[in-house]
Design a protein around this ligand. Structure first.
Ligand code: MF3
Ligand code: CO
Ligand code: CO
Length: 259
């Protein structure tokens, strides 16, 4: 196990710029989310946007991943592969996850989108997963334990009748795609390493309607689905530990509203 990198002010500024671009990519794609659009088309627009802003999509070619983002509809937990054949329709919910490399620095963020009218269950799950991320972010301050992020997330998710995916985690990010530490979204109070100013990592809880377990598609080796095929939702931010608390680097306007 490696060390948790404390980023320099120059590195922080580079990661801030990359993270903000990733967030702006998620803003940009919203207007293309319409009934009948393919996830492959959304991926193409995302790639164009990232390249036009002088960055590259970190996922393309990463361990053989073929696309510029991950698009994960409905029962897909994460790592959905965008495809012209995957058509998004009324009632669908899906996560788009973008990681940019700008001037060598990584920024990683994801959000939920939906098409038309969605079920009350889907709405509740999306609201809960968004709140889980906010609760996790509010644990970020020097001296606190990483475990408290997962502690508050899992306590809240369970209180709403949902479960927390334990097979995929948040991660240190910035100089590389996946750095130390692993950020668990379900953890014991006051467990794990201690947060220090200059640490940068993602929080990206995947919250399930039913069981927490997942299965990876045997054919493509990527797509992770809920094992019971019920819904899953996820939001992700790249977060900096500041001397007094946190800064959400992947906010498209650079001012994170806590809800
Ligand atoms: N962006 C994802 C994360 O949050 C990782 C995607 S890796 C890929 O960590 F290869 F599936 F693209
Ligand atoms: Co991530
Ligand atoms: Co991501």
């Amino acid at each position: 196990m490696g060390e948790i990198i404390i980023k320099t002010p120059e590195q922080i500024e580079g990661i801030r710029k990359s993270s903000r671009l990733a967030a702006q990519t998620l803003d940009y794609i919203a207007e293309f989310v319409t009934p009948g659009v393919s996830s492959g088309f959304l991926d193409k627009k995302i790639e164009e946007f990232i390249l036009a802003h002088g960055a590259v999509p970190a996922t393309k070619g990463y361990n053989g991943f073929p696309a510029s983002c991950c698009i994960s509809p409905n029962e897909i937990v994460c790592h959905g592969i965008p495809s012209e054949k995957s058509i998004l329709k009324e009632g669908d919910i899906f996560n788009i996850d973008v990681t940019t490399i700008l001037n060598g620095f990584y920024g990683d963020t994801s959000r939920m989108y939906s098409i038309g009218e969605i079920s009350p269950m889907a709405k509740n799950l999306i609201a809960a997963s968004s709140h889980c991320l906010n609760l996790g972010i509010q644990q970020v301050k020097p001296g606190n334990y990483f475990g408290n992020i997962g502690y508050v997330i899992s306590r809240y998710a369970r209180s709403r009748g949902f479960s927390v995916v334990y097979e995929y985690c948040g991660h240190g990010v910035g100089i590389s795609f996946h750095e130390e530490p692993q950020v668990d979204h379900s953890a014991r109070r006051n467990s794990g390493p201690v947060m220090r100013p200059g640490m940068i990592f993602t929080i990206e809880p995947m919250i399930n309607q039913g069981r927490p377990s997942t299965v990876v598609d045997k054919k493509d080796g990527w797509t992770a689905r809920t094992s019971d095929r019920k819904l899953s939702a996820q939001f992700e931010h790249t977060v900096l530990v500041t001397p007094t608390g946190f800064e959400v680097l992947s906010d498209s306007r650079g001012e994170y509203p806590v809800t």
